[in-house]
Design a protein around this ligand. Sequence first.
Ligand code: CA
Ligand code: CA
Ligand code: CA
Length: 355
Amino acid sequence: MHQDKQYNNQKEDVINFNQKVRLSILIGLIFLTVIFLGGFAQAKEKNEKTQICHATGAIGKPYNKIEVDYSAVNDKSQGNHSSHTGAVFSRETIHQFFDWGDIIPPVENVTTGLNWDVAGQTIWRNNCLIVSPPLPTPTNTPTPTPTPDPTLEPTPLPTPSPEPTLPPTPKPTPTPSPTPEPQARLVINEVYYDVDSSHGGDGNVANSGEWIELYNAGDAAADVQNWTITDNYYTRTITTSHSVNAFGYALIAKDSNIFDYWSIPSGTEIISLGTIIGNGLSNSGDLLILKDQYGNTIDQISWSVNTSILNPAITGVAEGHSIEREPAGWDTNSSNDFIDRLTPTPGQLEFDLKV
Ligand SMILES: [Ca+2]
Ligand SMILES: [Ca+2]
Ligand SMILES: [Ca+2]
């Protein structure tokens, strides 16, 4: 009897011990699982990134497309990109220096987005480049690169079965937008047509001190060799190779010597025509047409009394002033794109002079 009891006690001890061991193993496993999942979640979060249009503060290129961690755009933390509030860059916000905001697309459970309105989405879709509608559409591009259409499925062979309905066309996915190919977008950005005596002016309406500033508002360089510039009388051809960088400038004049009168930033492409621009740029009204080597019109303007291209024309300015797009590259095919620049800015923006 006594032996039986002792045996039973020993048996219970063994069972208790086994249970403890099992429990310990179970707790250990749970603990390890928690650590593993935690680490995994952290690692996963680290790898999750999104692209945003980051406000630069530079009028010439107001946004940079950058990739950031989710943690840099979530709506909770301070000091990250979601605190870069401020309106979308526009002609209206241009003088609120450094004060336009980031454009952040919404990411589920991370951010509801920032400046994700029509204006913001338009810039986002354009690879964070400023869109000044309408974009120039070359009418006669020689070899248009065929864009692969992701929605086009191989056409199914016609089946003999009496199926009247075609398979539903897959809907194009609205986001994320495919990154557009880099492309150049040149404009006649500034024209100095009424030369004053301190910049080579000799009193003649047409003289060699006149210049045109081209600005490349696109994100690819362009060589303007064999491009032409036409005024109301003559067409002049750029016969030599000149690469205009993305967001870069080129200056066109009769002779590069004229720029001795000006302070030109290094890196500005100087194009000497060897002859005056057209028959000279009339102070009382003239026109300019820029065409590429294929004859596509890239940009065209007219000013003062010449309403043959822009009507109303760009308002004429006083001697020594220039007409200039503001912001650089802004092109809505309207005379309103231009302002009267009291101090001309060859090779740069008014904004650049201030920094
Ligand atoms: Ca002139
Ligand atoms: Ca002329
Ligand atoms: Ca300028």
